[in-house]
Ligand binder design. Structure first.
Ligand code: AMP
Length: 455
């Protein structure tokens, strides 16, 4: 499958060539034709699958074909709601990139910064607005944003909106949207509460589903080190002696923890910066830019801050602390292995985190190989075996043929990475305990009930 086969217009095909994209990802292959047919869409996909282009490309095409879009005073015709500032910025970049050969104007608005520049840009006229919910509502209430002419509405990362407590703001925005519109709804997971939100937004939607959260984990080489809490900093420095780790994203559970890891690394002359909710928008962007341009080797982040961070060629991710929500682990390791790149995910597990490891292994349906040949091994640890894997698809049905397996190069590249030996780990120290367990019909846990906010 090529982009040409998707009946895309020349300006978009040209932009995709500039981006270096040759093959649509599975979600693009499925979603682009549906959106072009003016269907509402329910997409079960997480970041890293190419979902941004899956909605941005057909929207750009439809708006470009619709002559009204390029004549007279610009009104907002497309609204994309996304939970974090980083994601919002990345989505705007995507619209800019894919729409570079069109006349469409994009603008991103988010909180935590002065609203003046955003208001000025809105006044000048915008076709596509990408926003976080709080700032959007603020500007709507001040009458700087008019969403009464919206033709396309995209709700991105719906589960994360709920998780971050934005769902009421989202509902307030939805209440103000015109009834006649095309809506696209994306979520990495589809618990009942998200499904019912989708039902209120979408009309007779087409469903697309790619790489459910648990199967994403299978494409990444994962290892775990058992280590005492107080030795994690020493182990991290040891692990970073491996020159193969050119750049690494390190996850901590808390903002304070992220700052502490940065301090420890800097003391050992390792260039590191933190990114989390207590940092100003400028500090976060600066940390991200330095990491992207390889000025810093280590970016330390909390899960929520790192959500959606899009860094090409990120080979390694370290979970310095294991998240208490297993889906967060899968999202964090998904920062590597994006868009076909291979990835290695290293987890540090202390005695108290063994229960979290057990939950993670249950979700991904396998036991993560242990590196036990290192200088800081946790004494007297028992091996935690993988528990049965629950089904995590839309409707507890097995994924449809062609949805999670694809013959295109994007997917092939991903699966090749499974066979690579984990670097940063001493091969002879890897205990292989793969034993995949069979599916059961055990009901899903409602993980949204648990604490997921940054502390
Ligand atoms: P997303 O899931 O939208 O966050 O996209 C993840 C990454 O995949 C981004 O870096 C995109 O630039 C990249 N990407 C999206 N579509 C393609 C494609 N068809 N070919 C190669 N890379 C892509």
């Amino acid at each position: 499958m090529s982009f040409e086969k998707l009946n895309l217009i020349e300006p978009i095909l040209k932009a995709l060539k500039t981006e270096g994209y040759t093959t649509p990802t599975p979600i693009q292959e499925q979603a682009i034709p549906l959106v072009l047919q003016r269907k509402d869409l329910l997409g079960c996909a997480q970041t890293g699958t190419g979902k941004t282009a899956a909605f941005a490309i057909p929207i750009i095409q439809l708006l470009t074909e619709n002559k009204v879009a390029t004549q007279g005073k610009k009104t907002i015709k497309c609204l994309v709601l996304t939970p974090t500032r980083e994601l919002a910025i990345q989505i705007e970049e995507s619209f800019n990139n894919y729409g570079r050969n069109t006349n469409l104007k994009n603008k991103v608005i988010f909180g935590g910064v002065n609203q003046h520049a955003q208001v000025e840009a809105l006044r000048a006229g915008v076709d596509i607005l990408i926003a976080t919910p709080g700032r959007l509502l603020d500007l709507m209430n001040q009458r700087h944003v008019d969403i009464s002419n919206i033709q396309f509405f995209v709700l991105d990362e719906a589960d994360r909106m709920l998780d971050m407590g934005f769902i009421h703001d989202v509902k307030k925005v939805i209440a103000k949207l015109p009834a006649k519109r095309q809506s696209l709804f994306f979520s990495a997971t589809m618990p009942p509460v998200i499904q019912s939100l989708a039902d209120t937004i979408l009309v007779n939607p087409s469903k697309v589903e790619v790489t459910p959260v648990s199967s994403t984990a299978e494409k990444i080489n994962q290892v775990v080190y058992f280590v005492d809490k107080e030795n994690k900093k020493h182990l991290l420095i040891d692990v970073l002696k491996d020159k193969a780790i050119e750049r690494v994203l390190v996850f901590t559970r808390t903002k304070h923890g992220a700052d502490k890891v940065v301090k420890d690394l800097i003391k050992s002359n390792i260039k590191a910066q933190a990114i989390h909710g207590n940092k100003s928008q400028n500090a976060r962007q600066n940390a991200l830019n330095n990491f992207k341009s390889k000025i810093t080797r280590v970016l330390v982040a909390t899960d929520i801050a790192a959500r959606g961070i899009d860094i090409d060629e990120l080979s390694h991710v370290i979970n310095y602390e294991l998240p208490n929500v297993p889906e967060s682990y899968v999202h964090s390791i998904g920062r590597t292995g994006r868009a076909g790149a291979s990835g290695i995910a290293i987890a540090f597990c202390d005695a108290e985190e063994k229960a979290y490891l057990k939950d993670i292994q249950k979700l991904i349906g396998k036991t993560i190989p242990i590196i036990d040949d290192h200088n800081y091994e946790l004494k007297n640890h028992t091996v935690v075996k993988a528990a049965p894997k629950p089904q995590r698809n839309f409707s507890n049905r097995p994924p449809k043929r062609g949805h999670t397996t694809s013959s295109n190069s994007f997917e092939k590249k991903q699966s090749n990475s499974v066979n690579r030996e984990a670097s940063g780990a001493k091969a002879n120290g890897v205990r292989s305990e793969q034993g995949r367990s069979e599916n059961t019909s055990k009901p899903k846990k409602n993980w949204f009930g648990r604490e997921r906010r940054e502390r």
